[in-house]
Design a protein around this ligand. Structure first.
Ligand code: SIN
Length: 476
């Protein structure tokens, strides 16, 4: 059976309600969540109204009064319990992730481990929220700084990482003594609900962590969360357009903001890279993790002239070996994309590239026998900056390979974009590695690796976080 969903070991983790003040909550209306692979119904969740969400904000605000006084040690202990719960229920969480997001079960399992790592990391941080003592400019005085929880945090998470973005935001908030209203993506509320239920079992007090669900009311809820005076911090992982809107709206109450928005990641392979086999394997990981639907996914592969043909050949052979199917199928590596609109967008962009002279090395078509959300893993070579795919985030299994000749040329092309989240480069020349990592206008850079995500590292783009978020991975 192609799209059969395995039964949950703990069926109580499939929760079709919101969670406010330690209780399950319904609303007059519901919205439906569908399996992107089969089109079948996963379930329904409450379509909360802004008025109902305001109750969650009030609750979180009330809970803050006592939660802020708890010790870092006690919050660490709760987070450690949550970490244990997540790992104990890893199989069920992975099943729910694949069911509602469509991603291959191998990716979903990796995501659960990744999600748990944030909880573990911030459990370790909770006891070490140090201030500093600073010598004063004036005699007889000493300056102490302390770190205080900011208050109610509104956290808005995306569908492409239904677990890891939830824990990446909730865990640091709880570790610092903040309380939370989480708005989970309308496509994937069930993973968030399961995680929050596990947090409750781990001992997170009532009112401290609240989850609101909605689809049609999402914009109105975003407006409420970004303008409500009790919300002191807002964090979004989502599109640049939504990030700009929420930033504007938040200005009225001067909230603290953390935005992780769109990407257009370059992946640069220089002639002097030590191993083309390693570079192509890393490019596959950086491009096709989550079926290409990650914000750090490679959007533009730049390959220098001396290794271009070999790279295209080896990379395409690896892409041809990727197994596409329903996420639960054994051996599946690439599942469906999230929606038919995503398929339409990819198809149109691929056609645009071909019409403007790109070469279709493999793929390029829908896979209707699998379902309406399936698209072949695709490789386009001889790409140029005049094609739509140069500027647009693909968010799907389409790899675009651009030839280049010089270091200066590739830096100019890589930076010729309005968004700068991640970048990657393969080279064995340490001087070049330093030059290029300094020149790339992105927040995070992988050197000789295609995977940069790690709870231990800051995560963010070049707008505002560049100095502290820059990090480099060198393999040997
Ligand atoms: C994202 O795609 O939003 C996050 C990717 C990651 O954490 O690796």
């Amino acid at each position: 059976m192609r799209h059969q969903v395995p039964p949950l070991q703990d069926p109580t983790l499939l929760i079709n309600q919101a969670w406010i003040d330690g209780s399950f909550v319904n609303s007059d209306k519901t919205f439906q969540v569908y399996d992107p692979a089969s089109g079948g119904l996963v379930g329904s969740c409450p379509e909360l109204t802004p008025t109902e969400v305001e109750l969650a904000i009030n609750t979180a605000n009330r809970a803050f009064a006592s939660f802020r006084t708890t010790t870092g040690r006690s919050r660490a202990s709760i987070l450690r319990q949550w970490h244990v719960q997540i790992l104990r229920h890893a199989d069920d969480l992975a099943t729910i992730i694949t069911w509602e997001s469509g991603k291959a079960l191998c990716d979903a399992r990796a995501e659960v481990t990744y999600a748990a790592s944030y909880v573990e990391w911030f459990a370790e941080e909770a006891s070490r929220i140090y201030g500093v003592v600073i010598p004063s400019s004036h005699p007889g005085k000493r300056i102490h700084t302390i770190r205080q929880p900011v208050g109610v945090c509104a956290l808005i998470t995306p569908w492409n990482f239904p677990a890891a973005m939830v824990t990446r935001k909730i865990a640091p908030a709880l570790a610092s003594g903040c309380t939370v209203v989480l708005k989970a993506a309308a496509e994937t509320p069930f993973t968030a609900n399961a995680l929050v239920q596990l947090a409750h079992r781990a001992g997170v007090p009532s009112g401290v962590l609240n989850v609101v669900t909605a689809m049609d009311n999402t914009v109105a809820i975003g407006e409420l969360l970004s303008t409500h005076k009790m919300v002191k911090k807002l964090s979004l992982t989502g599109s640049t357009a939504v990030g700009k809107l929420l930033t504007l709206q938040s200005a009225t109450t001067l909230k603290k903001l953390s935005m992780e928005l769109g990407g257009n990641s370059p992946f640069i392979v220089f002639d002097d890279c030590k191993s083309l086999a390693d570079a192509t394997t890393a490019a596959i990981a950086a491009k096709f993790r989550g079926g290409g639907q990650t914000c750090v996914a490679v959007n533009r592969l730049f390959v220098q002239a001396g290794v271009y043909d070999q790279f295209v050949e080896q990379f395409t052979a690896k892409v041809n070996g990727l197994q596409v199917g329903g996420g639960f199928e054994s051996g599946c590596e690439i599942g469906p994309v999230i929606s038919p609109q995503s398929v339409e967008r990819m198809e149109a962009r691929v056609q645009d590239a071909i019409a403007k002279g790109s070469v279709l090395e493999t793929g390029g078509a829908r896979l209707p026998h699998l379902g309406e959300n399936f698209f072949q893993p695709t490789v386009l070579s001889k790409m140029t900056q005049h094609m739509d795919l140069f500027r647009e985030e693909i968010f799907g299994p389409v790899a675009c390979i651009y030839p280049f000749s010089t270091e200066e040329e590739v830096i100019a092309h890589a930076n010729d974009t309005e968004v700068g989240l991640a970048g990657y480069l393969f080279s064995s020349d340490i001087d070049r590695i330093h030059r290029v990592t300094d020149a790339l206008e992105v927040g995070m850079i992988g050197v000789n690796t295609g995977i940069i995500s790690d709870a231990a590292a800051p995560f963010g783009g070049s707008q505002g976080v560049r100095l502290w978020a820059r990090r480099v991975y060198a393999r040997d």
